[in-house]
Design a protein around this ligand. Structure first.
Ligand SMILES: *[C@@H]1O[C@H](CO)[C@@H](O)[C@H](O)[C@H]1NC(C)=O
Ligand SMILES: *[C@@H]1O[C@H](CO)[C@@H](O)[C@H](O)[C@H]1NC(C)=O
Ligand SMILES: *[C@@H]1O[C@H](CO)[C@@H](O)[C@H](O)[C@H]1NC(C)=O
Ligand SMILES: *[C@@H]1O[C@H](CO)[C@@H](O)[C@H](O)[C@H]1NC(C)=O
Ligand SMILES: *[C@@H]1O[C@H](CO)[C@@H](O)[C@H](O)[C@H]1NC(C)=O
Length: 620
């Protein structure tokens, strides 16, 4: 049997080799015959290699991410391994590291309940859209295969069977838990993060390398999909358009698969909408994915009107190029300055202060993503407001709806006015607070109807241990170049109350978990996020700017924008996007991440104050 597989594998290789090369995912080099034989024996050639057709230095940016770097063509493709800023820190067998006294670290659920309070606080300046957009942009570079694993594949982690399964890493609830001492729940289902070891691409005794399916470049993987060939299911191959599915309520959505089990919370038979090729995740990123998907078609339609002679390919790739650029322009120039501080970002070279081109590209830097980058985004769970306020198209409040009930519940968007209500609510409702307080639905039932109890904060902390992150102070040292031996060395970065909390929960500073430290740390000057979070985000953004050959601000890249085109991109804001592709959005505040106020009043979408896309610079 195995022999036959090997034979088949070689046979198909010979055929494929005519025009493509199989690259080893791990090394980023063409896979040699020894390597291929090993993968074939394990029956996982498909997972452990990427099939890269020869790169053309002038071609459009590929959907699967390959050929971003011409020296390392498979880097940047889906299933590129992640990298680490700091060394792995595990006990043997990838079990969590031990405390300084050799014992176990405190339970994640205990730390979450002690370090973060559960309650409701609003951020009065910002809108709910902030959390939606952050999650959406994280979804471009990070896949949700781990939650799917414990929700659909390994579902027994809290049962006796789970005790013997290495893949199970359930969250233990302490006996004196403030909530669950009353509920009888003593365990929350959770599985070990999947790695290249899990998939058999690396031997079990090698260093853990996390597997991520999304491409490690910002290229709207969550809108166009990222797997090789999948884009062909999504394109119509006519006028550059993507396939559209009109739902019962007349609104437009990506292709749907009514049979999918992922949309478990769909109220059948009425609610049937469920994305077939895109992720059906939390409602915020889900909505944004739908909007950017539609936006692709809007762009393609206008380009077609401007340039009737352009063929399907040119329209598709130009529209995608513009769509990606808009998503990044909003992230870098509209959202991150609010969160990380505009001056900080200019000082650190993440954003530029003029309208022109920028080119920070260095072909020697591979397009890779640090594990730390995706991981620290989890801190933003503390800002999630979970009582979604629904507003109708005229801005009248309709009702509140629990955000967590909308996860994996794409079907609700296809019926009634829910899509309209949520879109309107996104820019009318306050964001959750940026603080030490987590919304009770996030800390107790974050996975809604999928699980009885989920404490997303405890999960975040626990996952950091199963990813093998170094302790918080190592990251602090990496960021500040100072050394932290005693708790008192940390006093400049924590209030005395927060530092006292940490001392109560951790025996030594070197015990503090990365997430535990972030939960308690002071915010960066001029920004709204913890100092070390700022540092780890900026670290990766620098790498991204230097390593993405197709970065939209570059003048020297294939199919680069002209100066006028880049200027048109720079004018687009999230308000402009919502006006263009949001359902029944006719008025909005120009700065939609900020709440409606006297200085930021609602204006008509036709107002010149709204940053809309003007495509006239693309007319030939
Ligand atoms: C084949 O590739 C593997 C992994 O990249 C490498 O360790 C090994 O030395 C290579 N073998 C030969 C014969 O080149
Ligand atoms: C989960 O199960 C599905 C269907 O049984 C399978 O296609 C998928 O590969 C599994 N995922 C993992 C991570 O094992
Ligand atoms: C690694 O361990 C898992 C679980 O014990 C096993 O299924 C898998 O075959 C092992 N992989 C290799 C490459 O030995
Ligand atoms: C939300 O889900 C919970 C169960 O997880 C259910 O009891 C509740 O009725 C749901 N609320 C709404 C408004 O659907
Ligand atoms: C864990 O999963 C099992 C099996 O799916 C389920 O019965 C149980 O309610 C889950 N536990 C929690 C706390 O949600």
């Amino acid at each position: 049997m195995v022999r036959r597989l090997i034979f088949l594998a070689y046979f198909s290789l010979c055929v494929r080799n005519l025009n493509a090369v199989l690259y080893d995912c791990i090394s980023g080099q063409p896979a040699n015959s020894t390597q291929l034989r090993i993968y074939a024996e394990r029956n996982n050639i498909e997972v452990c290699t990427v099939d890269v057709k020869p790169c053309d230095p002038e071609e459009w940016q590929r959907v699967d991410g390959s050929c971003n770097n011409l020296k390392y063509p498979s880097r940047g493709a889906f299933r590129t391994p992640t990298i680490r800023l700091l060394p792995l820190d595990f006990s043997p067998n990838y079990e969590p590291r031990k405390a300084c006294d050799g014992g176990d670290l405190e339970l994640p659920r205990k730390l979450r309940t002690e370090l973060l309070c559960s309650g409701k606080v609003s951020e009065m300046k910002l809108t709910q859209l902030v959390s939606y957009y952050i999650l959406f942009s994280t979804g471009d570079i990070n896949s949700i295969h781990d939650p799917l694993n414990y929700l659909f594949n390994i579902t027994y982690c809290c049962t006796p069977k789970g005790k013997d399964d290495y893949r199970c890493t359930p969250i233990k609830v302490p006996v004196h838990d403030p909530v669950h001492r009353f509920s009888g729940i003593s365990c929350m289902n959770l599985t070990r993060p999947q790695s290249f070891q899990t998939y058999g691409c690396l031997d079990n005794n090698t260093d853990f390398v996390r597997i991520v399916f999304q491409t490690p470049i910002y290229d709207l993987s969550n809108v166009y999909n990222f797997e090789q060939g999948f884009i062909n299911h999504i394109r119509t191959f006519k006028n550059g358009l993507l396939k559209i599915y009109p739902a019962e309520n007349g609104l437009l959505f990506p292709e749907t698969d009514p049979e999918s089990i992922i949309c478990k919370l769909n109220q059948r038979p009425r609610e049937t909408l469920c994305h077939k090729y895109l992720s059906n995740n939390a409602i915020g990123p889900n909505i944004m994915t739908i909007l950017f998907y539609r936006q692709h078609n809007k762009i393609a339609e206008e380009l077609h009107k401007l340039n009737p002679s352009w063929n399907d390919d040119r329209l598709f790739f130009t529209a995608r190029n513009i769509n990606i650029a808009i998503s990044l322009q909003i992230l870098l120039y509209e959202l991150l300055p609010i969160l990380l501080g505009r001056k900080n970002l200019i000082k650190d070279g993440i954003i530029s202060c003029d309208e022109g081109f920028r080119d920070l590209y260095d072909e020697n830097i591979e397009p890779l993503m640090t594990d730390e980058y995706a991981y620290v985004h989890r801190w933003f769970h503390v800002i999630q407001e979970t009582s979604m306020k629904f507003y109708d198209k005229d801005g009248y409040f309709v009702k509140t709806y629990p955000l967590v009930n909308a996860t994996g519940h794409t079907g609700m968007l296809g019926v009634d006015d829910n899509m309209v209500y949520i879109t309107q609510g996104s820019f009318r409702q306050q964001s959750g607070g940026f603080d030490f307080i987590i919304d009770p639905d996030m800390s107790e039932r974050a996975l809604g109807g999928f699980q009885l109890a989920t404490d997303v904060g405890a999960f975040d902390l626990a996952k950091g241990r199963y990813f093998g992150f170094s302790p918080y102070i190592k990251y602090k040292e990496f960021c500040t170049k100072k050394s932290y031996k005693k708790f008192s060395d940390l006093k400049d970065s924590f209030s005395s109350e927060r530092l006292y909390r940490l001392m109560e929960e951790y025996k030594c500073p070197s015990d503090i978990d990365l997430m535990g430290g972030l939960w308690a740390e002071n915010f960066v000057k001029g920004g709204m996020v913890p100092e070390t979070l700022y540092c780890l985000l900026v670290e990766q953004l620098r790498r991204t700017l230097a390593s993405d050959r197709y970065w939209y601000e570059r003048p020297n890249r294939p199919h680069a924008f002209t100066e006028d085109q880049l200027k048109a991109i720079r004018k687009v804001t999230i308000a402009g996007v919502l006006c263009w592709v949001g359902d029944h959005v006719t008025e909005i505040q120009p700065k939609a991440f900020y709440i409606i106020s006297a200085k930021n009043p609602l204006v008509k979408c036709s107002s010149s104050k709204i940053g809309k896309l003007d495509l006239s610079a693309w007319k030939e």
